[in-house]
Design a protein around this ligand. Structure first.
Ligand code: CTP
Length: 401
């Protein structure tokens, strides 16, 4: 429940993306937030207050003269105990109004009257030409200068049939962004590179050797790093996971490809990577005699002879660079975690190693971790992987000089 106890005022303005606001409301409620919906009259052309009341479980406010509030001041009272105001969708017209401090309806007045401590997040949604229009861009610059946070927009196919910037983020992406806005910015300005998932080593064009890593822990670490304000590049083996919003993902298949991409990302004196986290379960060996064609069964029943050779150790290679980033390794053991973890940290020559029991975590949504550094070890008790990933990011941030 990433938004447990949070009170969000959700403002809807006029735009076809109002249909996504319904799903977004439900997603925030499921994440534990209480959502108070406020709609402009334009928004009510696209979706009704009945739908939004049904989904939020609270009466919707649309009018600045609404007498249901005791003192008849909804523009004040609705935000006084709010943790954030989110405008989704936010039209070009409403961006103009925010940029100029307009107070001509409940939602705009409520935004101007919000306490300085209540963050305002806006999710623009409009046609590409409207987005690119210099007047809109001027207004957006003003919003950023005023400390208003933009969520998206995205580029893509638009409801009007045109293609380009201006699509509102999807409900799950908006949810990730709202959750991220509440996380401490412990890695602001830092660049983080990480590996995640299994690797797949071909035997022939249709078969290969892999392992049971789902990538969930690595993806959770990538998301936690983005939430903490880092610029994140994720080099991922094959997984079925959605890339966390805001994370740049480079997909690979084999350990050698993962190695090559990681080294290319770190190449050049000014690559500027501050932290490298190796979460991937990299295959230790590849098939040296992989076949270019599909292997056929032998008539005599004999099995093909596979010859293995060792893959490069990505983490050890990065840690051995003349000026390595701060390196964090993972160790998936099946027993004696405390003993093997410390030995592996020293063997890999990394300042921080995260130990877990492989068969206890692969594919699961929760985990427990042990952090090994030069001072000893600390246990992070069993919890959801996202929660553990946030604790790990805090532990990394506290160790950066
Ligand atoms: N790792 C890597 N490249 C490899 C093998 C492992 O970058 N070729 C990284 C993993 O991402 C992880 C750490 O090294 O961060 C430890 O991986 P693990 O497989 O547990 O360790 P190994 O060194 O392979 O030791 P062993 O299998 O002998 O326990």
């Amino acid at each position: 429940m990433d938004l447990a106890g949070k009170k969000i005022v959700l403002g809807l303005t006029g735009g076809i993306a109002c249909y996504k606001a319904a799903e977004f409301t439900r997603a925030m409620s499921k994440a534990g937030a209480s959502v108070q919906v406020v709609m402009t009259s334009a928004a009510m052309h696209f979706i009704t207050p009945v739908t939004m009341q049904g989904l939020s479980g609270k009466p919707v406010f649309t009018d600045q003269w609404d007498a249901r509030i005791g003192n008849n001041m909804p523009h004040i009272d609705l935000t006084r105990d709010a943790d954030a105001i989110v405008i989704a969708p936010c039209s070009a017209d409403f961006i103009f109004k925010l940029a100029h401090g307009a107070c001509d309806d409940l939602l705009s007045t409520l935004c101007v009257a919000r306490p300085a401590t209540v963050p305002l997040l806006v999710a623009p949604a409009m046609n590409v030409e409207m987005w690119q229009n210099p007047a809109t861009q001027r207004n957006l610059t003003q919003l950023l200068e005023d400390g208003i946070q933009l969520l998206g927009p995205d580029a893509g196919e638009q409801a009007c049939g045109e293609v380009g910037m201006g699509r509102m983020l999807e409900a799950d992406q908006l949810l990730e962004e709202v959750i991220a806005s509440f996380q401490p910015k412990l890695l602001k300005g830092k660049r983080l590179l990480l590996t995640a998932g299994p690797t797949f080593e071909p035997i022939d064009p249709v078969r290969g050797i892999t392992n049971l890593s789902s990538g969930k822990m690595g993806y959770a670490v990538a998301r936690a790093a983005y939430e903490a304000g880092a610029e994140v590049t994720l080099v991922s083996g094959p997984t079925a996971l959605t890339t966390p919003y805001g994370v740049r993902r480079i997909s690979v298949q084999t350990a050698q490809q993962m190695h090559d991409i990681v080294m290319a990302q770190l190449a050049g004196a000014d690559s500027g990577t501050d932290v490298f986290v190796a979460v991937a379960a990299v295959a230790d060996w590849r098939v040296a005699n992989a076949s270019a064609q599909k292997l056929k069964k032998n008539a005599d029943g004999s099995a093909p002879e596979l010859v293995f050779e060792q893959n490069p150790d990505i983490l050890a290679t990065v840690a051995a660079l003349p000026k390595p980033p701060y390196c964090v390794g993972f160790a998936a053991e099946s027993e004696n975690l405390l003993q093997y973890g410390e030995v592996k940290r020293i063997k890999k020559n990394v300042p921080l190693l995260v130990g877990n029991i492989g068969h206890d975590t692969f594919g699961k949504d929760d985990n427990q971790l042990v952090l090994f550094d030069a001072d000893g070890h600390t246990s992070l008790p069993r919890a959801g992987k996202q929660q553990l990933a946030r604790q790990l990011i805090a532990a990394i941030a506290s160790r950066l000089i």
